[in-house]
Write a protein that binds this ligand. Structure first.
Ligand SMILES: Cc1ncc(COP(=O)(O)O)c(C=O)c1O
Length: 421
């Protein structure tokens, strides 16, 4: 079994061989904002426009091919999340829009005084849709994280849960500081109190295998553009909930899930690309990940390949992140937010939030960009995280996000530039 090395897969991603306007190679540490796509994804989207472009559910060839494209995307995403059924997969423009649609629908079944728990470790897309329900009398309870290592205070959850709690909205992983939350344990506690659980897995999905049945949550959302596919959002929900909840829909659309949640005409070409992105991850698992198979008993076929593929990504990214941490520790005054203990790296994503003395994050990002390096600076919409760390007035953090296509050489270039500053 070949050992995974990004040199073997970088050529699949045409964007990685670009240069900037000065002819410098691009070094892309902006994966948490969106990753690059494979040639297979580009080909699938191109093929959609050439051979399949139509609206759905008609007897003519292109429409039937569109229906096939959609079915394939639902099946692929169900395999990726280990969802019991492809009918539990809802597609939409992005996670934020889908979450607003879900929060509004849920609120139609709730009463004033009912409560929702949101966490300060979350992206605003998993906070604002719940805060909006305050207009209808829903009470919001805030769950804090420990600023020392940026982990949620698990024991405080029990004090927030009560018989009025309808839902706990929690992130799978923080897009700012990288913390991976124990969503299985959180779900267990929430269910014991009779509350539903919504997991924002947008930042988790690119880095770790996800199994909605093992987590046992009720809803989970992610975005395909964060894991090597096009700009498509995904909402998974338990069938009986998707079926019974009063979704906002047009009258002629399908009364059953997933159609009742998929408002308007979908991004068909994006769904073609989605299936291709999933196929790439499965290929990765077949090619480099068979040794991980014993970790996934009961899985077979593409579902197993996908788990293996994500395990390959997790293992490689962890070693690259550890290498970057070694380098960060050599840079005087550099502060890293979140978990840095090497024994706990499985509790975080390879997403570093850092600051350097005497340079604002925006200035650092601009300077790195002059060398072809892509990073983000500020709050990255994780407004509550940056506020709780008291960094909002100070320009937030510089985010360096590693993906499986990043190399040690790229990290060395970054470390050299940060060291010089
Ligand atoms: C953790 C997290 N949640 C939610 C979102 C919003 O996702 P989308 O752009 O699909 O609405 C993002 C986007 O960066 C994110 O990182």
């Amino acid at each position: 079994m070949p050992i995974f090395n990004p040199a073997q897969i970088r050529h699949f991603f045409p964007a990685l061989s670009q240069t900037d306007d000065n002819g410098q190679p691009l070094i892309l540490f902006d994966g948490p904002g969106g990753t690059q796509v494979t040639q297979g994804v580009i080909d699938a989207m191109r093929d959609y426009f050439i051979r399949r472009n139509a609206n759905t559910h008609a007897p003519f060839t292109t429409s039937q091919r569109t229906d096939e494209t959609m079915t394939a995307a639902h099946e692929a995403m169900a395999d990726f999340l280990n969802a019991p059924s492809p009918d539990e997969i809802v597609f939409g423009p992005n996670m934020t829009t889908l979450t607003f649609a879900l929060s509004r629908a849920l609120a139609r079944t709730w009463q004033p005084g009912d409560e929702v728990i949101v966490s300060r470790l979350d992206h605003d897309a998993n906070i604002a849709p719940w805060l909006a329900l305050q207009e209808q009398g829903i009470v919001i309870r805030w769950w804090d994280f420990d600023t020392a290592d940026c982990t949620l205070k698990l024991d405080e959850l029990d004090g927030l849960l009560n018989e009025r709690t309808r839902l706990v909205a929690v992130g799978g992983a923080s897009n700012a500081v990288g913390t991976v939350n124990p969503v299985g344990e959180i779900t267990r506690r929430a269910h014991e109190a009779g509350a539903l659980v919504f997991v924002d897995a947008v930042h988790l999905a690119p880095h770790f295998p996800i199994d909605v049945q093992a987590i046992d949550c009720d809803f989970l959302a992610c975005s395909v553009y964060k894991f090597y596919g096009p700009h498509v959002g995904v909402l998974w929900g338990r069938y009986e909930l998707l079926d019974s909840l009063p979704a906002y829909k047009v009258r002629p659309s399908d009364p059953q899930p997933p159609g009742k949640w998929m408002t308007g005409t979908q991004n068909h070409e994006g769904l073609a690309g989605t299936a291709a992105a999933i196929d790439y991850l499965a290929w990765l698992g077949e090619e480099y990940g068979r040794d991980h198979a014993p970790r996934f008993p009961g899985f077979s076929g593409r579902r197993l390949a996908l788990k293996q593929g994500m395990a390959v990504i997790a293992a490689y990214e962890r070693s690259l992140f550890s290498y970057m941490l070694d380098g960060f520790e050599q840079i005087p005054g550099l502060t890293l937010y979140g978990i840095s203990d090497r024994r706990r790296l499985d509790q975080r994503c390879p997403t570093a939030a850092i600051r350097l003395p005497n340079h604002s994050p925006a200035e650092l990002s601009a300077r790195l960009s002059q060398h072809g390096i892509a990073t983000y600076a500020g709050h990255m919409y994780a407004l509550a995280v940056i506020e709780h760390l008291n960094l909002l007035e100070k320009g937030g953090v510089l985010r360096v996000g590693l993906s499986h296509y990043n190399t040690r050489d790229e990290v060395d270039t970054l470390l050299g530039l940060l060291g010089d500053l």
